[in-house]
Write a protein that binds this ligand. Sequence first.
Ligand code: FES
Length: 141
Amino acid sequence: MYSEKVMDHFSNPRNVGEIENASGVGTVGNAKCGDIMRIFLDIDENQVIRDCKFKTFGCGAAVATSSMATEMVMGKTVQEALEVTNVAVMEALDGLPPVKVHCSLLAEEAIHAALWDYAEKNGIQIEGLKKPKADIHDEEE
Ligand code: FES
């Protein structure tokens, strides 16, 4: 049911942890399954992501997609990082079962929320980046 890459990133996730004094932090959750994902970005003065870590309290697919997403944004500019969509992450993982697509959305949303946090802190605008949904606590049904 899961590709080898998904199993690999689930059993051996890359970039787990936190970054102290991160340039941007994004936390998102899915109200239905209750899973939560937090992404930390360390961004240099040229707007290049030099480090990225994540913490995910969630299912295996959420762990695997966050792991892959952190690898994909590393070394990219904040603008390029916007292209790391959930579809791109799923493709890099050789696909996810349809019922698990929402898990990959969390990864995209968490990166966007972290980029938004970075942009706000630095008073800049990242073209094409939309304001993240309300804080996860407001999302509960
Ligand atoms: Fe909720 Fe996967 S089941 S993130």
